[in-house]
Design a protein around this ligand. Structure first.
Ligand code: UGA
Length: 436
């Protein structure tokens, strides 16, 4: 049976949750304090680049199961309210709960008796308990039900999750939240609030550990003449390891992994637990960007110590991964900033980064055509694994470039496509360079 659900926050998590819950038959009101965002959504404009999200938003609005408002009083008839507010990295790495805290007095006033309040965005361990105290409404149980949505797959991940974790002190509150997901084919884990909150950080931090391990391993493969692709494939076939998150790259980024690893490190410090293992993974990720810049310098100049001053370098991809327009904490931008600091002249293309509104980009000349990236370039660097880069006319790129040198930090390019183009090709975790 459809429940009356309130969603607080129409950001990436809130909008996806609201649209998907409406799609699953619930009656959802999404409360967003930014009135212009509410107006845009009500007109049917979804500004988040997420497959299927605009369709689900339109569907929910058309059948009346999804509405947007900036009036919090609309929560007064909700059975369940999901908190989907941003928890950015605050000073010192801890999660900043300002947005959550500031809304609690209003919620204390409007939530109906017996409503279940759910934290959906990633919040530090102990937040559900803290919210319950600050709320001062013993009749409103606070439940932790963290999301595990990947950017670019948010709708898919919401509707077909690997698992659903519900942390609650009172069984009826847990049952109410589990009811939101009835009929979904996924294991449901019932636990206490602290464990559910920790499970989210633990998952993201583990992914970060896995990637740092892979990136350093790839560097070692290069030194000893092994091929990380084959090593990774072999590791991935071990069911205990699994094939995902074994691709080396320019480092892990985005709005979640860096923020959550820092928050977990901060929590460990506060608890007096030495989490040097995770600290090493974060350091390895910072170092990874230097490793990539050194690789680019080596390929472009013939020596790790060579100068790239006034050298034209073309960048393919700027977002933190393919399938998103998100530039937050993108390793590509860090690499670009370092190349600029070393005097390189950069031209960049990304299929999802428009030319307008990119004033914050680090001294990069953004173009809307990948072939312009290659023009007169001494080296081309693939920084994001956009599939369309594989299908470019690499012979044409070679023809317009100054020197046909490509550094593929994602191991995206196909040797067969490059063959015969004249490109000198450097991948990651591969023994040596390939002359095509
Ligand atoms: C991540 C988690 O994967 C989600 O489960 C989680 O819900 C989400 O954070 C969140 O906390 O909201 P996302 O930030 O979308 O999702 O990014 P990922 O797909 O995890 O990628 C993170 C980084 O790892 C990217 O920079 C990506 O390029 C890199 N990566 C990933 C690799 O370098 N190699 C790989 O094999 C996989």
């Amino acid at each position: 049976m459809g429940r009356r659900v309130g969603v607080v926050g129409a950001g990436y998590v809130g909008l996806t949750s609201a649209a998907c819950l409406a799609h699953r038959g619930h009656n959802v009101v999404c409360v967003e304090k930014d009135k212009s965002k509410v107006d845009r959504l009500t007109e049917g404009t979804v500004s988040i680049a997420e497959p299927r999200l605009p369709e689900l938003v339109s569907e929910g609005m058309a059948n009346g199961r999804l509405t947007f408002t900036s009036d919090p009083n609309r929560l007064a008839v909700a059975d369940i309210v999901l908190l989907c507010l941003p928890t950015p990295m605050g000073p010192g790495g801890a999660a900043d709960l300002g947005a959550v805290d500031s809304i609690l007095p209003m919620l204390a006033e409007v939530l109906p008796v017996g409503c279940v309040l759910v934290t959906k965005s990633t919040v530090p361990v102990g937040t559900a308990r803290r919210i319950a105290e600050l709320l001062g409404r013993p009749d409103v149980p606070v439940v932790s039900n963290p999301e595990f949505l990947r950017e670019g797959f948010a709708v898919q991940d919401f509707l077909h999750p690997d698992r659903i974790v519900v942390g609650a002190a009172e069984p009826p509150a847990a049952t109410a939240v589990i009811g939101l997901y009835l009929g979904m084919d996924a294991p449901v884990l019932r636990t206490d609030t602290a464990s559910a909150e920790m499970a989210k950080y633990a998952s993201n931090a583990f992914l970060a550990l896995k990637l740092s391990y892979v990136n350093v391993l790839a560097e070692l493969c290069e030194q000893v003449g092994a091929d990380m692709s084959d090593v990774g494939r072999t590791m991935g076939l071990d069911a205990r390891i699994g094939p995902a998150f074994l691709m080396p790259g320019p480092g892990w980024g985005g709005s979640c992994l860096p923020k959550d690893t820092n928050a977990l490190l901060n929590a460990a410090d506060s608890a007096g637990v030495d989490f040097g293992l995770l600290r090493a993974a974060v350091l390895a990720n910072t170092r990874q960007r230097d490793t990539v810049v050194r690789k680019i310098r080596t390929a472009a100049t013939g020596s790790p110590a060579g100068s790239i001053r006034d050298m034209r370098i073309g960048l393919l991809g700027l977002t933190f991964k393919a399938g998103t327009d998100d530039l937050r904490d993108s390793p590509a931008l860090v690499v670009a900033a370092e190349l600029v600091a070393q005097g390189a002249i950069l031209t960049a293309y990304d299929p999802c980064v428009p030319l307008a509104g990119q004033e914050g980009l680090p001294s990069v000349h953004l173009v809307d055509d990948p072939y312009l990236v290659a023009k007169d370039a001494a080296a081309i660097v693939v920084l994001t694994e956009w599939p369309e880069f594989r299908a470019l006319d690499w012979a044409q790129l070679a023809a317009v470039s100054d020197r046909a040198v490509v550094i593929d930090t994602r191991n995206l390019l196909d040797g067969e496509v490059l063959a015969g183009t004249g490109f000198v090709h450097t991948g990651v975790g591969k023994p040596g360079v390939t002359r095509s």
